[in-house]
Design a protein around this ligand. Structure first.
Ligand SMILES: C[S@@+](CC[C@H](N)C(=O)[O-])C[C@H]1O[C@@H](n2cnc3c(N)ncnc32)[C@H](O)[C@@H]1O
Length: 265
């Protein structure tokens, strides 16, 4: 194919490590890591990083500069490092934790940039925190639907949502913080988040602060059930995700059922 003939030497494959220590890695991702000329990684835990270095001795951590005022600048530095290695003509495999395309600006930016420069680039899916949540909390997005937002984005864009459907809010330890995680720095943001949610759900609505177990099966997931009013006092870390169950079932539209030829549901 004409497009493929014009591809430059060097390629980029971005894979996800999953959330749980090594056990979430797909066979496809493992194969790409093993055969890469250069492996770069952005991982949440040092144990996985060590394991990765045994799998491929070229493995090197991506720069993670926490002195930047904004996370966005750090992500740009990560993208730049990935592209530097690809431009050397190497087959690069970049490994991100979770799903590499979920809340991972630098992964998407690197793929886009590599393709624009004429390199072959692909992303393989991985197991995200949301996938773990579905399994641990017994939530099936097919039942009531599922809305997923980054917590700060949810507030500042006043995202429209449906309180009869599942609501998942990511990065709740970073509400209003465009920089890096600060212990207890999230309390004011959580107060505002609770106030906004209160309008649709009420203060007594039960929500869950969730953390998937990283060191499964040694550790269990954190499932903290609290009323919405207690959210600002909840124990929240940089890997906490908020699960807000539906408030009520939404009634069916009988007229629409007739239009669709459905007699009963
Ligand atoms: C930068 S995002 C990375 C998401 C990751 N790429 C994924 O696929 O899940 C970080 C956010 O993911 C969620 N997260 C990461 N690890 C988690 C865990 N162990 N349990 C629950 N949520 C987690 C939290 O909302 C956290 O603030």
């Amino acid at each position: 194919m004409e497009g493929e003939l014009n591809l430059k030497i060097g390629s980029l494959t971005i894979v996800g490590m999953g959330i749980q220590l090594v056990g979430n890695l797909t066979l496809g991702a493992k194969a790409w890591i093993e055969q890469a000329d250069k492996v770069l990684f952005a991982l949440a835990d040092p144990v996985t990083a060590k394991w990765l270095k045994q799998l491929n001795t070229t493995a090197e951590a991506l720069p993670y500069n926490m002195n930047n005022q904004r996370r966005r600048d750090t992500y740009e530095e990560m993208t730049a490092k990935i592209l530097t290695e690809v431009r050397k003509g190497l087959n690069v495999c970049a490994v991100f934790y979770g799903h590499p395309g979920v809340f991972a600006d630098s992964a998407h930016a690197a793929i886009k940039q590599a393709r624009e420069e004429g390199f072959q680039a692909q992303m393989l899916p991985g197991i995200s925190a949301e996938d773990c949540l579905f399994a641990d909390l017994g939530v099936d997005p097919g039942k009531n639907g599922c809305q997923s937002f980054e917590a700060t984005d949810f507030l500042i864009r006043r995202r429209k949502f449906d309180s009869t459907s599942v609501l998942i809010l990511w990065q709740i330890a970073m509400v209003g913080n465009l920089g890096f995680y600060e212990r207890r720095g999230h309390i004011q943001g959580l107060k505002i988040l609770a106030e906004v949610l209160d309008k649709d759900y009420g203060a007594d609505h039960e929500v869950i602060v969730y953390e998937a177990a990283v060191y499964y099966p040694v550790c269990l997931p954190v499932v903290e059930r609290i009323s919405l009013s207690k959210l600002p006092e909840a124990k929240v870390t940089e890997v906490s995700t908020l699960y807000v169950p539906p408030k009520a079932m939404t009634p069916v539209d009988r007229k629409m059922m007739v239009n669709l030829g459905i007699n009963n549901c």
